[in-house]
Design a protein around this ligand. Sequence first.
Ligand code: ATP
Ligand code: MG
Length: 593
Amino acid sequence: MLIDESGEERARSPDESFSSRSFEVLPAVVPGNLEDYEKGCCEFNWASMYKEFGWSNGGSYNVAVECLDRHAQNWRKNKIALFSLTADGVTKKYTFREMSQLTSRFASGLMRLGAVKGDRIFVYLDRTSELYMAVLGIVKMGGIVGPLFSALGPEAVKDRALDCGAKYFVTSPYLYRRLEPILDDLVDVDKFIIVGDGSGLKERTVSFDAVMAQGDPRFQAVGLSPADPYIIHYTSGSTGKPKGVMLGQKALVQQWFTSKNVLDLREDDVYWCTADPGWVTGTSYGIFGPWSLGTSLVSFEGRFDPGKWYSILEELGVTVWYTAPTALRMLMRAGDEVVKEHDLSALRHVCSIGEPLNAEVVRWGNKVLGKRIHDTWFQTETGAIMICNYPCMAIKPGSMGKPIPGVQVGIVDEEGNEVEAGKEGFLAIRPGWPSMMLGIWRNTSRFKEYFNVPGWYISGDQAYRDEDGYFWFLGRADDVIKTSGERLGPFEVESALIEHPAVAEAGVIGKPDELRGEIVKAFITLRPGYRPTKELNDDITQFVKARLAYYAYPREIEFVEKLPKTRSGKIMRRVLKAMEQGQPLGDLSTLED
Ligand code: ATP
Ligand code: MG
């Protein structure tokens, strides 16, 4: 039984499912690398993808070879691998041959220092060119990279370094100084390799330049097996303590496949991924996938700034841009005028990742940018894109799209039975895709929890599939709101809220309520020019009431200056919930401020 608006019980009508809603559709455009989605799925098998990818060393694997050395040995040797834009406006350029040699130097320099295969080596740097040299250099000598976003504080770094037993750090003088309070705790660390002027720094330091000078530019990469780990990424910490996810060499095959068929990268592309390499998108799609295709990458050291970002797109002629909903919402909030000041004609399409992409943002992209925005879904644990939109497929704004060929996604109940179209369930995947995590570092029991439902990997997200096979995100399993006997995803309410002209961003949670179990509570930031008033509150409430099911409008609205977000830009609903209920806030190591 459900409880209706007046508090009366009522029965659920038989056709009450998500797919009874109607949505506008953006038609497919000219085919991309993937010409026909259905055909692509029918003809697909991973064995032939491994073959097509063709590891160059036959039997011996190293992703650094596939990303750099193989291009350095063919006609791409003088092609730009990296446009590295510094915070103060300098653009440094590196060819594939240069990057291949620089990373060989770093790899062999590291080995001279005493590093061996399997060592965990943390890269704690701003987004400078040395970050890319370090990451690929470590992989080249068989080390396991631990990339850390440079905004993390000392305690967050300590947690991760102790969890992993990190033996080396590649960092900068100012980040090393930030770690001073915890340096004594980092007992496993042998050396801090310092990029820049490290004079005056205390113990255990060696300069990056000295390591490079000791290295050999002709060093041959260490041969590894497909299931050897190359990276440990800590998750974003949206739902709890970050987990150390290990990805294996063979993940590159899926990163390559999706860079080609989802990002739709072509030989002449200039591609910019705004995600920091401290997060999985910033390596899988900010480094490995695109470089395996020989794509020219853009990297920007500075912070988010609408005018600056549009200028980068324009000046470098970026053709494919991979970014996050939070950035797109901020650009939307900055207004349409600033878009008109820039020539974005080189840009073919935009891709989005990390959080649900509101339909309103897709419509804005279409209307104001004049570009399609392709939502993509994946997790640190999946290592590469799993569900997404493609140039050859119509977009249903607000939907994540469809699974990539070769990946089987289901919406399942607690026993693992697939539920029918339009019904909510756990977003689950049949295990065995190439980039599936190898494990959680030193936490086998946590790893096993993902596979508690027989036959499936359980992602922790709730979603539904519509009758056309499109997947729709509802929320994290923990964030689903149970109100008046109904289950409701916060994303749906947030998306309706940001369609209101006054609303910039919204975070929605369930607040305990005696009658309804939970009520919907919204935290809202306003667009410039709007003030938080009772009238605005009522107007927003009415606005959502007119759009969503009767139980889904926010009974409580709180206007806030800022929403709590992870450093990768995700709204932390668990923090909103804990604050609302006066409970402990939990692990805040990835909180933005
Ligand atoms: P933690 O696991 O530490 O709580 P996290 O899940 O945010 O943090 P990530 O692995 O970075 O860490 O993020 C994966 C999650 O991000 C997904 O499970 C999903 O909830 C969300 N996400 C990613 N892409 C999308 C998308 N396109 N639409 C909706 N949600 C998305
Ligand atoms: Mg997660």
